[in-house]
Design a protein around this ligand. Structure first.
Ligand SMILES: [Zn+2]
Length: 314
């Protein structure tokens, strides 16, 4: 059976695995990312690939990189959390390991992994949304990963949902991820704890009495204890998630949405409300099938599994 290696390169960790044609991980390795030094990053990738390939016939290598990857899938133009600037990652790694290499944006690789082998199995039109500190995503249309003209698609988190709204890390105002991500959850919860501390009594107790100490885990715990402010924060991100998915469905008409990322671990607190908000905001509602909203199945390995499969189809 033909094997490929997938490597998921994030700001803190490099996760790599040997993957078979059915998306099964045969062997797996994890290393810290030397994020400040592009040469060391390339060498770390080279080392894990050579180590995993020992005694095996490997066909190609797929890299999922947390950054903007060009349309030739060779160069990382820019990465917010690593020192990559116009980094010729494909050539560097290929020279080190002597194998064909494909570079893909990490969220795209993750979307491909989920669409092919995870929650989107059997679907041809899939939109994957990663809800963590920000919102990332990837789009599979007609069975192919959608990259756009310059490889920059699909930055779903930066749709503008509120004109002149909250300032986003990207420099624009009112981006979706400012209202529907884990960071938004924390912003909402801190705000209510400031403005209306009685409503947030449990939340404040869990956070040690100070709104500034409220983070995602505190909001989750307080919501599970029925704290009104924490529940309202989850209701708010669910509302915004559903609205954003409805916009995406209006344009792309996918068969299903797959939601992953850190916030999806507390899905019992927001998934039903997201589905309701989606159904309430979808254009043409009542006269069209509703796309299913599912949770991701592959967890942290979706990116490397997807990258490995993309390398096979290079
Ligand atoms: Zn933005």
């Amino acid at each position: 059976m033909a094997l490929t290696i997938g490597v998921d390169i994030g700001g803190t960790k490099v996760a790599a695995g040997v993957v078979d044609e059915d998306g099964n991980i045969v062997e797996h390795l994890l290393r810290p990312t030397p994020a400040e030094n592009p040469e060391q990053v390339a060498h770390t990738i080279g080392d894990v690939v050579l180590e995993l390939g020992k005694g095996r016939e490997i066909e190609a290598v797929g890299l999922g990189a947390a950054g903007f990857v060009d349309e030739t899938r060779a160069i990382v133009r820019f990465a917010p959390n690593l020192a990559w600037r116009e980094e010729p990652l494909q050539k560097k790694v290929s020279d080190l390991v002597g194998l064909p290499v494909v570079v893909e944006n990490d969220a795209n690789a993750m979307a491909w992994g989920e669409a092919r082998f995870g929650a989107g199995r059997g679907e041809t039109h899939v939109v994957c949304v990663t809800v963590g500190t920000g919102i990332g995503g990837g789009i599979v249309l007609d069975g192919s990963l959608y990259r756009g003209r310059w490889g920059m698609g699909a930055e779903l988190g930066h749709m503008q949902v509120v004109p002149e709204g909250r300032l986003c890390g990207c420099g624009n105002l009112g981006c979706w991820e400012q209202y529907a991500s884990g960071s938004a959850l924390v912003i909402d919860a801190r705000e209510s704890a400031e403005v209306n501390p009685e409503q947030a009594a449990k939340l404040l107790k869990i956070a040690g009495g100070t709104p500034d100490l409220i983070e995602g885990p505190e909001v989750t715990e307080a919501a599970r204890q029925g704290d009104p402010a924490a529940l309202a924060a989850f209701a708010s991100i669910a509302q915004w998630l559903g609205r954003g998915l409805a916009d995406l469905a209006a344009i792309l008409d996918p068969g299903c949405f797959i939601l992953g990322g850190g916030v999806s671990r507390a899905a019992d607190l927001w998934l039903d409300q997201t589905r309701e908000s989606f159904a309430a905001h979808l254009t043409g509602r009542g006269h069209r099938p509703l796309a299913e909203i599912r949770l991701a199945e592959l967890g942290a390995s979706a990116g490397l599994v997807g990258a490995a499969d993309l390398a096979r189809r290079r």
